[in-house]
Design a protein around this ligand. Structure first.
Ligand code: FAD
Length: 538
């Protein structure tokens, strides 16, 4: 008010841009990469919020390209990945986690249907790399090296390419025609990848490979069933799970192998469940799965067990096999069991204990043993050191003790998952590239912190039921729109709308803050729904 009691308004006679109000700031908002819990849980580090944002916009090819940065088997993982990303999804604490796996499968299917190809590389490097084993670890390594311009030769013992994708996981869980087209379109066609199938690498062949190639990636997985040390396992009609599944996948077993029979599966992991479901498809009248573990401890994925139960497979937990008993004519008749009281010791190591006074027995016409997998690494001879667990010994960069020889996937870890093998293949490709260029090996670290549920601004989200069946663009876009986009700017525009200083502008790649005028009020930080903005002390 003036002395005369009149109201006055301050009027600027020149541009207010001269007044750089940014100098008043004591804290600074920044757009900063943070990690979503789904991305952090994905062994391959897939940027899930980024591709879900593109699915929401209907940009499926671009979404596929984002997934393809870290994973060339999009449809495959969308079909069989145990999706640790969904277990970590922040949305689970609000209503339900997103159907990430189903959306990934839909994107992968669209890619195959539309014959999308990764961009070809324009240059080719002189160094040649051999990959022994064509499972997901080997395929992923070939793809990532191909993208870097290397020519790669995959050497595979079997007549088919894909490792356990072809001969472990069965066709009723992973469609073979789409899998094969995905391998061809995404990996073999666009890059210089030669495949030598039907070529079992022996010690002698390995020595030749070492002379022919500048670097080698060993990804031979775990192909044999772990021997069960109880009497009677050599009786007729006793099978080992991984071999049985491989033979079924290669069409070597008659379609009526178990016609009208009772088949007993020993084991509680993925191989046991797949063996049981396959036995049903080979005519078994009854299938029972008996395992050491309690229901909660069973290593198989719960969804797979539920499918098995739905198909009529019976599950009996906490029993250890004692003897496979014959019918006196060399053929199996029954299996005796004792009560398993605990499977792991106090340090979580596998060390089963039994109460031998509590017994049980199951009649069986055939038995399938699925009590673990082991690697056959005899082809390495004395040259490449192994661990005490008979796995290839590697450092953090997947380098063995022998220069130029790398290893990854199930041949290094305990039998794991497809996505872990894919992650190992990518990591090995980075290491091999550094090695061949004579550069020090540097390991990529996760950039930024993982966004917690409590950090999100939930005012901008409404409850919306999860879609379980993603079958078209509409359901995919609807489901993707449920994503909180944790830590990832999805260009919602809130920061720009709410900034009282008009200090935020929309540029081609996203938003920019003009620090000459940003007073650091923190409204953009508060209003960002996904916590893609951080607030730092000046
Ligand atoms: P593999 O896939 O085992 O491939 C290794 C390849 O090396 C094979 O093709 C083999 O023939 C070849 N090879 C071996 N020795 C030689 C040699 N001397 N010379 C030349 N070639 C050789 N994971 C999931 O994520 N989801 C699932 O649902 C799932 N289900 C599964 C079901 C079953 C029955 C099995 C067995 C595994 C399952 N897994 C699943 C695990 C997953 O398949 C494996 O973790 C993954 O395939 C390991 O990949 P890899 O490349 O290391 O080895």
């Amino acid at each position: 008010m003036s002395e005369k009691g009149e109201a006055f308004t301050s009027v600027s006679h020149c541009t207010t841009l001269l007044n750089k109000t940014g100098t008043w700031r004591s804290q600074r908002p920044v757009f900063e990469a943070k990690i979503s819990p789904c991305q952090s849980a994905c062994p391959a580090g897939n940027n899930i919020p980024e591709w879900l944002g593109l699915v929401k916009e209907g940009e499926l090819q671009k979404a596929w390209e984002v997934i393809m940065r870290t994973n060339p088997l999009v449809f495959t993982c969308g079909s069989v990945c145990p999706h640790p990303c969904e277990a970590a999804c922040n949305r689970d604490q609000f209503d339900e986690a997103l159907s990430i796996r189903d959306m990934e499968r839909f994107v992968g299917e669209e890619a195959v249907k539309n014959k999308w190809l990764p961009q070809k590389v324009a240059y080719s490097k002189e160094d040649k790399v051999a990959i022994i084993g064509s499972g997901p670890a080997g395929l992923s390594c070939a793809y990532q090296l191909g993208r870097r311009g290397y020519s790669v030769t995959i050497i595979e013992a079997l007549p088919v390419i894909g490792g356990m994708l072809q001969v472990g996981i069965q066709d009723y869980r992973l469609a073979r025609d789409v899998l094969e087209r995905e391998i061809i379109h995404n990996i073999l066609l666009p890059f210089e990848v030669e495949v030598r199938s039907n070529c079992l690498v022996s010690q002698e062949v390995f020595q030749r490979i070492r002379l022919e190639f500048q670097a080698i990636f060993i990804s031979t997985g775990a192909q044999e069933g772990r021997e069960l040390k109880v009497p009677g396992v050599d009786l007729d009609r006793v099978f080992y799970g991984v071999r049985f599944l491989r033979d079924r996948a290669l069409g070597k077993l008659p379609a009526n192998l178990f016609k009208g029979e009772k088949v007993l599966i020993i084991g509680g992991g993925g191989v046991a469940v797949d063996a049981g479901r396959s036995a049903l498809r080979l005519g078994a009248k009854e299938v029972k799965l008996v395992c050491l573990e309690s229901w909660e401890e069973m290593p198989s994925y719960k969804l797979d067990i539920q499918d098995a139960l739905r198909e009529g497979i019976e599950v009996d937990c906490s029993w250890g096999p004692e003897e496979v008993i014959g019918d006196g004519r060399g053929k199996v008749r029954e299996v005796s069991f004792v009560r398993c009281t605990s499977v792991f010791d106090s340090e979580g190591k596998f060390s089963p204990s039994f109460d031998r006074s509590v017994k049980n027995s199951c009649r069986a016409d055939a038995v399938i043993i699925a009590t673990g997998q082991v690697s056959n690494l005899s082809f390495l001879g004395e040259g490449v050191p192994l661990t005490p667990e008979a796995k290839v010994k590697v450092d953090d960069a997947l380098k063995t003790d022998v220069a130029g020889v790398f290893a990854g996937g199930d041949t290094v870890t305990q039998p794991a998952t497809v996505i872990e093998a894919i992650a190992a293949g990518s990591k090995a490709a980075r290491s091999i590239d550094s090695y061949l260029r004579g550069e020090p090996l540097t390991l990529e670290e996760e950039a930024g912190s993982v966004v917690e549920f409590e950090e999100l601004n939930l005012d901008y989200f409404k409850h919306q039921a999860r879609q379980f069946q993603i079958h078209d663009h509409v359901s995919a876009a609807e489901e993707a729109s449920r994503c909180f986009s944790c830590g990832y700017c999805n260009l919602c525009g809130n920061c720009w709308v709410f900034c009282p200083d008009i200090a935020i502008s929309r540029e081609e790649e996203g938003y920019e803050i003009d620090y000459d005028y940003c007073k650091g009020c923190g409204i953009c930080f508060e209003e960002c729904p996904s916590k893609a903005v951080s607030l730092k002390k000046e």
